[in-house]
Write a protein that binds this ligand. Structure first.
Ligand SMILES: [Zn+2]
Length: 446
């Protein structure tokens, strides 16, 4: 199957600008670009995109799709009470259907916002329901169930609901079932990753086993680290080191480790992140809304630390909008450092695309539009007053871009969103079912 996307303004990557070109997709991959005057193939389907822009699909590297159903139920709380009084009880009360609907809400929001790949940390149970939603919608994803075999978080700092407890053996057995069913599924569109929740809920034995298993199964390890000051201080007290140093001592630090947050980091932590090439998933809006702090992103960027962005949980954000993440990440660093040149637009858009691909180990497949790479892209229109007079560049995307500009989305060479509509999906019905499921789950615990 060949399709020629004609007459668009194409952005190959964050630093290339936009060029007037035709883009050829053959099956699931990009097969060529044809500038004005160059002869494009005639033997293929065509789609005229005059006046439109094509950008690489964006990559979100830390999202909890299982929490999207709880949007609006946990506002204006600090992280640990947000977790203890709302998110953990709600997650523990999920049933199969509510988990599936939660994932569907999140995936449709991400796709409609130009995101074509997500790293999804699910809850302890029912992660297969999220995988089912990822498979059905056409989304590219790395997903995993949360692994927790130890609770070292005292009651006053969070505690953990009983349904979350699994032994090391149980948690690994459930992860194995998911790997067997989903790792590399859907033409390689879905991958599994080991996702221990954090240092205080994982035994050293489980971490050690994950090092071995991640090598054996070619999986990423994804966990939270250095998110809030109280938790980071507690880790120091209990483990005698910061989270990053502790993980390094255990032997986890490396290219296949992806850490969400990384806010409370000292110079030694930064050295480890840099030298061991650990990936960072920064969640700027969540960290702000939960009052958790501001990560030193510009400093990390200058050190060449591998950065990416994630929206984290919808109840902590309250949406999964990559445009907002990009703009806020840039403006915060400019404001904090009193430096308008900090986090320039091209660098920020690169983090949102190639940065995500790199930390997921997919930089040879996605993150930019190149011949031979997967056809994961978003078609944008910009006819609203917020972008007029239109300048097609990274600054427009980062500082005045928004999800409403996204008209069509292709993942793995297939249209998953066309003319702002999902085929074979009644969005209105999904929203009604999700509201009923939210009510059902919330009534059990709130
Ligand atoms: Zn998280």
């Amino acid at each position: 199957m060949k399709i020629l996307l004609k007459n668009a303004h194409v952005c190959h990557d964050a630093y290339s600008g936009f060029r007037r070109e035709d883009l050829l997709v053959e099956d699931d991959r990009i097969a060529g670009f044809f500038g004005p005057g160059e002869r494009a193939p005639q033997d293929c389907a065509e789609k005229d995109l005059t006046g439109c822009m094509i950008i690489p699909g964006m990559v979100q590297t830390h999202v909890h799709l299982c929490q999207v159903l709880f949007r609006g139920l946990a506002d204006d709380l600090p992280l640990l009470s947000w977790l203890k009084t709302r998110i953990w009880p709600l997650e523990a009360a999920h049933d199969r259907e509510s988990t599936y609907l939660s994932a569907m809400l999140g995936i449709t929001e991400l796709i409609a916002g130009g995101v074509t790949c997500v790293c999804d940390m699910e809850s302890v149970r029912y992660a297969d329901e999220a995988a089912r939603a990822l498979a059905g919608t056409g989304m590219r994803a790395v997903f995993g169930k949360v692994l927790m075999d130890y609770n070292d978080t005292p009651e006053e700092l969070g505690g953990m609901p009983k349904p979350f407890f699994e032994t090391t053996k149980e948690t690994l057995e459930r992860a194995k079932e998911l790997i067997d069913a989903w790792h590399g599924a859907e033409n390689g569109r879905i991958h599994y990753a080991y996702m221990p929740r954090g240092v205080l809920t994982t035994t050293p034995e489980l971490f050690q086993e994950l090092i071995r298993l991640s090598k054996e199964n070619h999986c990423l390890i994804h966990t939270h680290a250095c998110e809030t000051e109280p938790e980071s201080l507690l880790v120091k007290e209990r483990r005698g080191a910061t989270e990053i140093k502790y993980l390094d001592r255990l032997g986890l630090a490396g290219e296949n480790l992806l850490l969400a947050h990384c806010q409370y980091v000292d110079e030694e932590d930064l050295n480890i992140l840099e030298e061991k090439r650990i990936g960072v998933a920064s969640c700027v809006l969540t960290n702000l809304k939960l009052g958790s702090g501001i990560a030193p992103l510009e400093k990390m960027r200058h050190r060449g630390i591998r950065l990416s962005f994630g929206s984290d949980g919808a109840p902590a954000n309250n949406n999964l909008d990559m445009f907002q993440e990009m703009k806020t990440a840039s403006l915060l660093q400019k404001g904090v450092l009193h430096d308008p040149t900090a986090m320039p637009a091209e660098a920020v858009f690169d983090i949102a695309t190639m940065g995500g691909a790199r930390v997921l180990g997919m930089e040879h497949e996605i993150g930019s539009l190149e011949v031979g790479k997967k056809a994961d892209l978003a078609v944008l229109t910009a006819d609203g007053p917020e972008t007029a007079p239109l300048q097609m560049n990274a600054a427009m995307l980062v500082y005045s871009g928004n999800p409403h500009m996204v008209r069509d989305v292709m993942i793995d060479g297939k249209w998953v969103y066309r003319n702002r509509t999902f085929e074979n999906l009644d969005l209105e019905r999904l929203h009604e079912e999700a509201l009923a499921a939210q009510k059902r789950v919330a009534e059990k615990v709130l």
